[in-house]
Write a protein that binds this ligand. Structure first.
Ligand SMILES: *[C@@H]1O[C@H](CO)[C@@H](O)[C@H](O)[C@H]1NC(C)=O
Ligand SMILES: *[C@@H]1O[C@H](CO)[C@@H](O)[C@H](O)[C@H]1NC(C)=O
Ligand SMILES: *[C@@H]1O[C@H](CO)[C@@H](O)[C@H](O)[C@H]1NC(C)=O
Ligand SMILES: *[C@@H]1O[C@H](CO)[C@@H](O)[C@H](O)[C@H]1NC(C)=O
Ligand SMILES: *[C@@H]1O[C@H](CO)[C@@H](O)[C@H](O)[C@H]1NC(C)=O
Ligand SMILES: *[C@@H]1O[C@H](CO)[C@@H](O)[C@H](O)[C@H]1NC(C)=O
Ligand SMILES: *[C@@H]1O[C@H](CO)[C@@H](O)[C@H](O)[C@H]1NC(C)=O
Ligand SMILES: *[C@@H]1O[C@H](CO)[C@@H](O)[C@H](O)[C@H]1NC(C)=O
Ligand SMILES: *[C@@H]1O[C@H](CO)[C@@H](O)[C@H](O)[C@H]1NC(C)=O
Ligand SMILES: *[C@@H]1O[C@H](CO)[C@@H](O)[C@H](O)[C@H]1NC(C)=O
Ligand SMILES: *[C@@H]1O[C@H](CO)[C@@H](O)[C@H](O)[C@H]1NC(C)=O
Ligand SMILES: *[C@@H]1O[C@H](CO)[C@@H](O)[C@H](O)[C@H]1NC(C)=O
Length: 435
């Protein structure tokens, strides 16, 4: 009797010392096969648990969510139960979080009130991006394998009528220092799936993305991840079924590791677009992209930079003239199938007239690029070409290396378009220039 009592006490102490069941694995151990640029901070242990209530009748559950987050902030775990659907109809500013886990077992659905969200979603000040909520603070983990559903169909249909509407991003990771996101299922985002800004030391692991439009209006700009003003980010072990960039490194993304992704239907893994805004300095430096399978896409490796002069791609997408640099970017090991370009590097983004592009060379340089170990087959779209590497002047690109590219088009060719680039470093068949 006495013995049992002592044992129970000992176990009680043990469980205080350890974490509440859930996220305890070190973020560094979870990273693989390649390790992050800098080691990721380990989570503090969690010692309390809060379950989120839900109305269960379609009304907004935001106040329940906020009260659970406040109650379990600073060392607790908030559980979204497996058998519940939670409705979010209020823009939640979750940048106050500290040492907290969000275990999402059930489903979270954002309301379809497009008027409310256009007025209240968080404006992030980059490419008019807004987010349903913003997750920030320090040492925050969101996992559990449950679902976040952006109710995108109303947005896809509204955007077809008016392409200036502001469609929220499903997950805003804004100003987060230290965190793990995933495993999670993400469905039907109105726009990008993740916008990661002002953040550092964040691991995305085991994200499953899907959500196609059920009407004739395509789900557009559904990038998997856009990183912005962020450093030491890892994105890995994820499956992305979408219709725009699988991952995109926007201005001031540094020390980013992306590995083990299955991307389907995307625009590839993209640096940029950069140099869109005159007077701004955009930096993308130290990026490693490893072991990607890319299916049914426009690109695998892509670097898109606007030229020096003003250019227009679409009514809501124009720019050019910005300065900065893309430096030390590696794409290592990729399998492609039905992809238009295995490699697409351009400093003429938004400007089809190459003469005009070369008259106003980009103010944003591209250097120390390593692209290697690609295999597979392109689509028929660009036959006989499988890649294109076009700089706007010989002075704006340097040390671009391409090697071991075993990629052919369906008709068996492997030609590249090459312009204003040192062809001795390109171990590919440069058979054409873009003029
Ligand atoms: C939903 O449930 C809450 C109580 O949990 C109740 O106050 C509210 O009136 C209900 N709303 C609807 C639309 O049924
Ligand atoms: C979000 O909350 C933070 C405090 O955590 C505050 O500083 C910031 O102004 C809030 N942002 C918005 C848009 O409400
Ligand atoms: C929006 O969602 C509600 C249920 O919450 C549904 O009754 C309504 O039909 C939806 N509206 C549209 C346009 O899909
Ligand atoms: C990031 O931080 C900068 C500087 O504090 C701030 O101006 C900006 O609004 C923040 N958010 C984003 C998305 O850049
Ligand atoms: C932001 O949206 C406004 C209208 O909603 C538009 O005039 C402006 O060009 C957009 N800015 C960007 C950078 O797309
Ligand atoms: C790509 O997505 C389509 C649905 O749009 C699906 O039919 C196909 O199986 C997927 N392919 C891969 C390789 O994931
Ligand atoms: C990016 O970094 C550069 C260099 O530090 C800085 O000049 C620029 O303002 C930053 N841009 C953004 C969008 O934060
Ligand atoms: C370039 O990136 C590699 C990893 O891809 C890193 O090891 C190296 O330190 C970086 N170089 C510089 C100069 O930062
Ligand atoms: C491209 O720009 C040049 C220089 O401005 C111009 O002479 C030429 O007509 C343009 N070509 C086309 C196809 O518009
Ligand atoms: C951009 O480049 C042009 C030359 O192509 C140069 O005249 C101009 O000063 C540059 N602007 C900036 C802001 O660097
Ligand atoms: C290139 O890939 C094909 C299959 O896609 C394979 O048969 C061939 O051996 C590979 N060549 C080299 C040099 O790796
Ligand atoms: C270039 O194409 C020729 C056939 O046209 C082929 O024999 C050669 O291997 C190719 N070179 C590279 C680097 O792919």
């Amino acid at each position: 009797m006495k013995f049992t009592h002592v044992l129970t006490q000992a176990l009680g102490l043990l469980s205080l010392g350890g974490a509440v069941e859930g996220f305890s694995r070190s973020r560094n151990d979870a990273c693989g096969p390649l390790k992050p640029y800098r080691s990721l901070p380990t989570s503090k242990s969690r010692d309390k648990t809060c379950h989120v209530r839900s109305h269960g009748n379609g009304t907004d559950d935001s106040s329940y969510i906020l009260s659970a987050l406040n109650q379990c902030n600073h060392g607790g775990k908030v559980v979204f139960d497996a058998d519940k659907e939670y409705i979010i109809g209020t823009a939640l500013n979750l940048t106050f979080l500290q040492n907290i886990d969000l275990e999402i077992l059930g489903k979270i659905l954002f309301t379809n009130d497009t008027d409310y969200w256009q007025a209240n979603a968080f404006k992030q000040g980059f490419q008019n991006a807004t987010t349903f909520f913003q997750l920030g603070g320090e040492d925050v983990n969101m996992y559990g394998g449950g679902t976040l559903d952006g109710n995108g169909q109303v947005w896809y249909d509204l955007y077809a009528e008016d392409d200036l509407i502001l469609r929220p991003v499903l997950i805003g990771v804004i100003g987060l220092k230290g965190g793990t996101i995933g495993p999670l299922k993400l469905r039907y985002s109105p726009q990008y799936y993740h916008f990661v800004a002002n953040s550092s030391d964040v691991l995305f692991d085991g994200i499953d993305i899907s959500g196609y439009s059920k009407s004739d209006n395509e789900a557009k700009n559904t990038d998997g991840w856009d990183t912005y003003r962020s450093t030491n980010i890892v994105i890995q072990n994820s499956v992305i079924n979408n219709g725009d960039d699988c991952v995109s490194f926007k201005p001031n993304s540094t020390e980013i590791l992306v590995q083990n992704l299955h991307c389907n239907g995307s625009h590839g893994i993209s640096v940029g677009s950069l140099g869109q805004y005159e007077g701004e300095v955009d930096i993308v430096e130290n990026v490693y992209v490893y072991n990607i399978s890319m299916f049914n896409a426009s690109d695998m490796a892509r670097i898109k930079v606007w030229p020096g002069g003003p250019s227009a791609l679409e009514p809501d997408l124009q720019g050019g003239g910005g300065s900065g640099s893309v430096k030390n970017v590696t794409y290592d090991t990729a399998f492609i199938d039905n992809v238009e370009w295995a490699i697409e590097i351009t400093q003429c983004y938004g400007q089809d007239n190459i003469t005009l592009c070369n008259e106003n060379p980009s103010n944003l340089t591209i250097s120390d690029i390593y692209i290697k170990n690609f295999r597979g087959t392109t689509s028929t779209t660009e036959d006989p070409f499988v890649g294109t590497i076009v700089c706007s002047s010989p002075d704006t690109c340097s040390n671009i290396n391409v090697s071991n590219i075993n990629v052919t088009s369906p008709i068996g060719t492997n030609e590249f378009v090459c312009d204003n680039v040192d062809e001795t470093l390109l171990k590919v068949n440069c058979t054409a220039t873009s003029q």
